[in-house]
Structures are given as C-alpha cells and as structure tokens.
Design a protein around this ligand. Structure first.
Ligand code: PEP
Ligand code: MN
Length: 271
C-alpha cells in the first residue's frame, strides 16, 4: 500500500472538516428517527452518516435490525440532506443490497473482522466496486486479524479503506466496555502506516459519561477522525442505549474537536 494517510482519506471523497467524522445512531430504528438525526448531522457537516441496518447480536432473539427497509430510509436521508451514508455489512448480500442503492460506504464490524472466511466473502462481493470500507478492529486483542482483514479487502481491489479502533474485549473488569489498548494501536500503525485510522469512543466507553474523557486521551495519538454514536432520544435507543450521545452532546464534542484542531494547526504553523 503506497498511499499516504492523507491521500487515502482524500480518495474516499468524503468531506473532512477538519476530522473525518462518521456519526449517527447505533441502529436504524424508524424512518422518522433516521431523517431527524440525519438532518441535524448534515447541518453539522460530518463526513458520513451511519446507522446499522443489520445488527450482529450476541444473543439470538435480540433486535437484529430492519435490514433492507432501513437501507431505504438511509437512501431517503442521503438524497434529502445531501449527505453520504453508511451501514454495517456482514454478509455478501448486505454488500449487494447497498450497491443496488448506490450506498458506497460500509463498515465491517468487530465480530466480522474476527472471521477471515467471512471477510473474504465480503471482499469478493466488493471486488470491482469503488466502495469505501471502514474496517473495525476485531473484538479480541489480535492485531494480525485486523491487518489480515484489511489486506483481504485491499487485495480485492478496494483502495478506499479506513481502519476503526473500537477497543477490545478483555476479561478483566474495566470502566470501559471495550478497553482501548493503545499499544496494539501503535502496533497496527507500524504495520499499516498509510491506512487512515479513526477512533470509535462510543464502543470503547459503552457509556456517554466517559466519552469526553476518552476523546481527550486520543488527541495525542493524532487520529484522522472519529466514529461516534448519536441518537435523537438516547434513552429510548433499541441498541447500545448507554453510549449514544444526544444531538446536543455531539454538537459540543464536535466543537471541542474543532477547537483542538485549530490550536494544533496554529502551533504547527508557528514552528
Ligand atoms: C456498531 O458500530 O454499532 C457496532 C456493532 O460496532 P462493533 O462492531 O464495533 O461492535
Ligand atoms: Mn453500536
């Protein structure tokens, strides 16, 4: 992979202002919910709106998403508010359903990244397309699985790839839902320095109470952006209820990120 990180992120063709920001609810729950959140987030000038149409759940019988119906809500939001949209793909038919609707950004979830055959099936389904693919780290602390998944996608001809650090499942008790393990992120960067890397503080924290604090911790690692879960009524969310920011909470976090970036830019220019 010969591109620089900045070139790679530019190639995705999504606005970066100044960070690459993917935001939206954990799950697409209704047409009204998608349109309401997308309208506000479009006005925040994020890079891409997210919402899960298919939710891989730990236990059977839990809400697993509205599937293709949810994709149609995303398409409506995209066309109405002129914002790129993305969703999680875990099976080749998910990729096909996205492509049929010209949804060209998708993410591979932590559970899927952990499974090489599943990633290969997705890579095959993406072959020959110009999709932008966000690859979350695997749920277990195994960096090589993350790198292997990215290589499989890259080898199928996809060059618009962004890695997402969403923390790792650990046996020890922690304040975090999925502790970040920064040393593994360093290891990842050593192997794939040209791949843009964004952080998902929502899944790392599992609770909005820690999000501001974890974002502050991430600043020194100079991430290219963030994936953040945002809901118009977080207390009523059907999945990941405790970790979704309100629209105002998200607005404030975005303001702080932009302020930080201004300070850093001024500082670097003064050197
Ligand atoms: C999500 O982004 O809602 C999600 C299920 O993420 P992860 O794969 O990181 O658990
Ligand atoms: Mn989620």
């Amino acid at each position: 992979m010969k591109l620089s990180r900045l070139e790679s992120i530019d190639k995705c063709g999504l606005p970066v202002n100044p960070y690459f920001i993917v935001a939206g609810p954990c799950s697409a729950e209704s047409r009204e919910q998608i349109l309401a959140i997308a309208k506000t987030l479009a006005s925040e000038k994020i890079s891409c709106f997210r919402a899960g149409a298919w939710k891989p759940r730990t236990s059977p019988g839990s809400f697993e998403g509205f599937g293709e119906k949810a994709l149609d809500w995303l398409v409506e939001a995209r066309d109405l508010y002129k914002i790129d949209v993305c969703t999680e793909v875990a099976l080749p038919q998910h990729v096909e359903a996205c492509l049929e609707r010209n949804i060209r950004v998708a993410w591979i979830g932590a559970r899927t990244t952990s499974s090489p055959f599943a990633v290969q099936e997705l890579a095959n389904a993406m072959k020959g397309t110009d999709m932008c693919v966000l690859v979350k780290n695997p749920i277990c602390p195994e960096v090589k699985l993350w790198i292997g998944a990215i290589e499989r996608i890259y080898n199928s001809g996809i060059t618009k790839i962004v890695a997402v650090h969403r923390g790792f499942s650990m046996p020890a008790k922690s304040n975090y839902r999925y502790p970040p393990l920064w040393n593994l992120v360093d290891e990842f960067r050593k192997y794939l320095p040209a791949i843009p890397l964004i952080c998902d503080p929502s899944h790392i924290c599992g609770n909005t109470a820690f999000i501001k604090n974890i974002i502050q911790k991430t600043l020194k690692f100079r991430y290219d952006g963030y994936m953040i879960e945002v809901h118009n009524f977080p207390a009523l969310a059907m999945t990941d209820r405790a970790q979704q920011l309100s629209l105002t909470g998200f607005h404030n976090i975005l303001g702080e990120l932009r302020e930080f970036n201004e300070i850093i830019t001024k500082y670097t220019q003064s050197l």
